[in-house]
Design a protein around this ligand. Structure first.
Ligand code: IMP
Ligand code: MG
Length: 185
């Protein structure tokens, strides 16, 4: 059993192993391959958190197609600020008329995608779908239509496989969950 790890002052316990991630991402890749067979989609990767998942998912899908990057943030430390800051916007000419697949690391409150989707829709893609590695159904505040979900997980903070805590932990091969103090313990 893998060890607990410390990031800053916080303790995290192993939650999803490298092997569990590999298997699920391979399944999601096969699903995309079936759905987009012969369609040459445009992958829109949400930086920074989705970069590792996207690299694995896109290669697992064996699909051809261009890859673009966007960066928006709504998060600070352990919770959502509900304010969206855009750092890098989609390339309008690359998105227009394409079958766009947004690749996200995690959907938590839903605010990020809720605010970001209209920006993409305004560029008139032929179709738009969302693939997220993680989804916290019990944390949703604004519902978002998710087409591909890797794992539905409890509303606890996680790091690893691209996800960070204040910039740290992205390179961990597995996913780790924040360890909360036991009540009365
Ligand atoms: P939302 O706007 O609340 O849905 O949050 C989405 C974004 O917040 C994700 O793309 C992540 O960047 C970040 N986020 C949400 N939950 C976590 C978590 O448990 N660990 C690390 N980042 C998270
Ligand atoms: Mg993100």
């Amino acid at each position: 059993m893998a060890e607990r790890i410390l990031v800053g002052e916080l303790s995290f316990r192993p939650f999803l192993t490298e092997e569990q991630l590999r298997q699920r991402v391979a399944e999601m890749g096969r699903e995309l391959e079936g759905d987009y067979h012969g369609r040459n989609p445009y992958f829109l990767v949400m930086l920074k958190g989705a970069f590792i998942f996207a690299a694995d998912l896109i290669r697992a899908s064996r699909l051809t197609g261009e890859i673009g990057f966007v960066r928006v943030s709504s998060y600070l430390g352990l919770s959502s600020t509900r304010q969206l800051t855009t750092h890098l916007l989609p390339e309008a000419a690359e998105v227009r008329g394409r079958d766009v697949i947004i690749i996200e690391d995690i959907v938590d409150s839903g605010h990020t995608l809720h605010h970001f989707l209209p920006l993409v829709q305004a560029l008139e893609p032929a179709s738009l779908s969302i693939a997220t590695l993680l989804f916290k159904p019990d944390a949703v505040e604004v519902p978002v239509q998710l087409d591909y979900v890797g794992f539905s997980i409890p509303p606890k903070f996680v790091i690893g496989y691209g996800l960070d805590y204040d910039g740290r932990g992205r390179q961990l091969r597995g996913i780790y969950q924040l360890e909360e103090e036991e009540p009365g313990g």
